[in-house]
Design a binder for this molecule. Structure first.
Ligand code: BGC
Length: 457
């Protein structure tokens, strides 16, 4: 075996999930409803009307799932905490049972030598806060800061790695502009306000963490997707710039530079508000690392009818696409990690999500789940991450999305991203070939990338 893809000894290998996508039992033990509980139970919002009432039943099966993580050799586990389990009304009285559940999870991970990486918000806003305006209410930043403090008080001494928010772009684009995700609004004027308040909340979360002088690290998780113009025309080049500003720089420029990209005014027109200058001090609170969720790139052309960003995606016939219609493009992961390093400085980076929804053929006769395309996806993307590291990115770890097949938001259970297959009728877990391959990559610290991946059990 050659050593060409060896990672540093300190490199952290993990897998990710999120609360509403796997836990089930969303109202158990005194929890309040989240906007996802509400949205998923609203007719017509999700594929087949699927909801997260049961999902992977992780709320009851967490011990077995941790044992499985151990079997696969995971060094870290990224999960999210459900705000409305901890604070059923979003603010005010604390539900001890909710915190106890996460405490047991964290302690058991630690007892198994698995590093807990906790995200405070992965889209499941307490419904009670949505009733008070949700991300449109400026007070949400303080609500989030108070929630973060409650969680840090209980778990801050044990969880070494925290993220405030997962993917503010998706929350806003899906939840407030196009309406495919909870809370399902479609409003040009709301989108910039929601984004801005998400960033302010992030800042409050970081402040709450620093206030207690915690030993661990805190960061933000964004999804980044480079945009390439479909042609040499100026119009397409401008379209790619707008797409990049909207999806990538809209969140990172304020966090690192304290300004929004100029393109935002062009994109949102009269719907782009003037934000108070003092907000940017809050948004710029120093973070310890940046988490990057990378799935695909976007090849775009100018499309004046596609408001507000005015871009259309152009399919690349020579490339593979996943079941969610995303182009498989590993070099863009390298590019993304290097771009962040060049533009924002050599900040510690983690790939906090990377993975693919691919059709998994039913079990083979001997009960295995072979997913050669996912094996290939992981192999090529982990190599791409390695390339970025050798070219200067301070990449510290990689988390596969996802540990388990799970509730893919408004697409319900129709898409499977897991390295572990879940039979939703029996809740039986079966590691797919990709899980064993990933396990081997971890065991050899990248060495297995030099071998053909599909030879693993
Ligand atoms: C999200 C996950 C989601 C995954 C696949 C990311 O945007 O953080 O919750 O399941 O992508 O769509």
């Amino acid at each position: 075996m050659s050593d060409s893809y060896r990672f540093p000894d300190t490199f952290l290998w993990g897998a990710s999930t999120s609360a509403y996508q796997i836990e089930g039992s969303p109202l158990a033990d005194g929890a309040g409803p989240s906007i996802w509980q509400r949205f998923a139970h609203s007719p017509g919002r999700t594929t087949n009307g699927d909801n997260g009432d049961v999902a992977c039943d992780h709320y009851n099966r967490w011990r077995d799932d941790i044992a499985l993580m151990g079997e696969l050799g995971l060094q870290a586990y990224r999960f999210s905490i459900s705000w409305s389990r901890v604070l059923p009304q979003g603010t005010g009285s604390v539900n001890r049972a909710g915190l106890d559940w996460y405490e047991r999870l964290v302690d058991t991970l630690l007892a198994n030598g698995i590093l807990p990486n906790a995200t405070l918000f992965h889209w499941d806003l307490p419904a009670a806060l949505d009733d008070r305006g949700g991300w449109l209410n400026r007070d949400v930043a303080d609500w989030f800061g108070d929630y973060a403090r409650v969680v840090f008080e209980r778990l801050g001494d044990r969880v070494p790695m925290w993220a405030t928010l997962n993917e503010p772009w998706v929350v806003t684009d899906g939840g407030y502009l196009h309406g495919a995700l909870a809370p399902g609004h479609r409003n040009l004027f709301e989108a910039p306000i929601a984004s801005h308040n998400l960033l302010r909340a992030h800042g409050r979360g970081v402040q709450a963490f620093r206030a207690e002088a915690r030993k661990g690290q805190i960061g933000l998780v964004v999804n980044l997707e480079p945009k390439d113009p479909a042609s040499d025309s100026h119009a397409d080049a401008d379209a790619a710039q707008r797409g990049d500003a909207y999806m990538n720089r809209q969140y990172l420029d304020p966090v690192f530079f304290g300004t929004y990209p100029d393109e935002m005014k062009d994109i949102f027109g009269v719907a782009w508000p003037a934000f108070p200058a003092e907000d940017f001090d809050l948004i710029r609170e120093k973070i310890d690392f940046l988490g990057i969720n990378y799935y695909t790139r976007g090849v775009v052309r100018d499309d004046p009818t596609a408001l507000p960003v005015r871009i259309a995606y152009v399919r690349q016939p020579e490339h593979a696409y996943t079941e969610t219609g995303w182009e498989v493009h590993p070099p863009s992961l390298t590019r993304t990690l290097l771009w962040v390093t060049e533009r924002y400085g050599r900040i510690p980076l983690y790939v906090t999500e990377n993975g693919a929804a691919i059709y998994d053929a039913p079990h083979t006769i001997d009960g295995r789940v072979d997913d050669p395309l996912r094996v290939w996806y992981f192999r090529e993307h982990i190599k791409a991450a390695h390339d970025a590291m050798t070219r200067g990115a301070d990449l510290r770890g990689y988390f596969a999305w996802s540990l388990l097949d799970n509730y893919e938001w408004s697409l319900g259970f129709s898409k499977r991203f897991g390295i572990v297959h879940v039979d939703y009728a029996t809740q039986e877990r079966t590691p797919k070939a990709s899980a064993w391959y990933y396990s081997e990559i971890i065991r050899t610290n990248g060495g297995a990338l030099d071998e053909p991946g599909d030879s693993h059990r």
